[in-house]
Design a protein around this ligand. Structure first.
Ligand code: NAD
Length: 294
């Protein structure tokens, strides 16, 4: 049994913490929202009055926060108060620069750390099947792996500090671009009088095959589990896709990478969000492309 502090018990953090409790760990949790603390308590998390109390005596500190500024500020606050040698794991999706800043804060206090963003959404968090993309030293990764195990379907060590975040934003840039590509193909098919099922049957076994088509099809019917079948209820909200695409474009600018399709995808999701569609699943972009987001 390991004593784990869990800071940020929102949609993702709460089910992740619950799986750590189920695995036999002592989890000390903190969040700013009372309702989230109540849910955590129901899952067997020992709720604390503040982040400092959660971190006290914890051998591992996990954060699952909205964005880079929250992670850096929480690290600045709690790293000086953490137990000697405590392992810091940040599972939030943040920009690479903030991730590296967080690593540096931990290192300043002699604390090993990994960035470990996830893919798999709230469903994967509840099922304990998240994919973790981790960045950090071999030593820090070796310590983090068994802790992540009860929450994970797959754990990949992507490289040094920030490499997990780099993998996450590259993956989600592919996802944003490919979803728009698949959605455009269905809109064109509609104009040409081709049925959704016919396009799916051909493209799913041809060179157009991709995850956005075969696991997350943006029209109802061919893939019964996709959000299109439940009026685009997320799933993965368009607001989160926009956040990740913006992170990819900031990283592209900072590194000098040329990513014109990533830039276009970010623009399209910005327009979709501006129409008040941020809470809709990101595959709902097909309605925007039809000229009728609903
Ligand atoms: P969320 O908003 O539900 O949870 C974040 C929590 O952090 C909130 O409960 C908030 O109160 C808490 N918080 C903020 N500042 C805090 C502080 N200083 N101290 C303590 N708690 C604080 O968001 P979420 O959906 O759980 O996402 C968390 C992270 O995971 C984000 O970076 C998101 O991009 C990423 N992510 C989300 C999904 C998804 O499907 N929801 C999938 C993959 C990755």
């Amino acid at each position: 049994m390991t004593t784990i502090a869990f800071i940020g018990l929102g949609n993702m953090g709460n089910p992740m913490a619950a799986n750590l409790v189920k695995a036999g760990h002592k989890v000390q949790g903190f969040d700013l929202i009372a309702e989230n603390l109540a849910t955590a308590r129901e899952h067997g998390v020992t709720v604390t009055a503040n982040a400092d109390a959660a971190v006290k005596d914890a051998e591992v500190v996990i954060t699952m926060l909205p964005a880079g500024k929250h992670v850096v500020s929480v690290y600045e606050d709690i790293a000086p108060k953490a137990a000697k040698g405590a392992l810091f794991i940040d599972c939030s999706t943040v920009d690479v620069e903030s991730a590296r800043k967080a690593h540096a804060i931990a290192a300043k206090h002699g604390l090993p750390s990994v960035d470990a963003p996830v893919s798999g959404g709230t469903g994967g968090a509840a099922a304990g099947t998240l994919t973790f993309m981790t960045g950090g030293s071999d030593e820090a990764f070796a310590k983090a792996e068994p802790i992540l195990q009860p929450m994970a379907g797959r754990i990949v060590h992507c490289g040094g500090d920030g490499a997990g975040q780099a993998a996450k934003i590259c993956n989600n840039m592919i996802l944003g671009i490919s979803m728009i590509g698949v959605a455009e193909a269905f809109v064109l098919a509609e104009k040409l009088g081709l049925s959704h099922q016919a396009l799916f049957d051909v493209a799913s076994t041809s060179s157009g095959q991709c995850w956005s088509l075969t696991s997350y099809c943006p029209v109802p019917g061919p893939v019964p589990s996709s959000p299109a079948n439940r009026d685009y209820k997320p799933g993965f909200a368009a607001a989160l896709m926009l956040k990740d695409l913006k992170l990819s474009q900031e990283a592209a600018q900072a590194s000098g990478a040329v990513t014109p399709l990533g830039a276009e995808a970010a623009q399209l999701y910005a327009l979709f969000n501006a129409q008040g569609q941020g809470g809709v699943d990101f595959s709902g972009i097909i309605n925007f492309l039809r000229g009728a987001a609903k």
